[in-house]
Write a new protein. Structure first.
Length: 117
């Protein structure tokens, strides 16, 4: 599975951005996709996940109610809609995929999101 994330940029606090992650390769074996982020000097953290088949979602508490993960199976793309952005959301955002019953093992390159106060 190959993943390519894009859509990052600079936005003011309170603004919105939508990240996209194009999924290619053996997509039929993809079970779950997720977004992670890593801020400068901090460890990578989980943001949101979605199951490819059923669309079941899960969110980190820090983004619940502000971020929405979704997928378009026809376009093989996963999205992260980010609203009400805060400066603490500033980070490189990565998409990842995992096969059933296993950990995330495929990662895209990061896309940088910068939220100014």
């Amino acid at each position: 599975v190959q993943l390519q994330a894009y859509g990052g940029g600079l936005v003011q606090a309170g603004g919105s951005l939508r990240l996209s992650c194009a999924v290619s390769g053996r997509t039929f074996s993809t079970y779950g996709l997720a977004w992670f982020r890593q801020a400068p000097g901090k460890e990578r953290e989980f943001v949101a996940s979605i199951t490819w088949s059923g669309g079941n979602t899960n969110y980190a508490d820090s983004v619940k109610g502000r971020f929405t993960i979704s997928r378009d199976k026809a376009k093989n793309t996963v999205y992260l809609q980010m609203n009400s952005l805060k400066p603490e959301d500033t980070a490189a955002y990565y998409c990842a995929s995992r096969p059933p019953g296993r950990d995330y093992d495929a990662w895209g390159q990061g896309t940088l999101v910068t939220v100014s106060s």
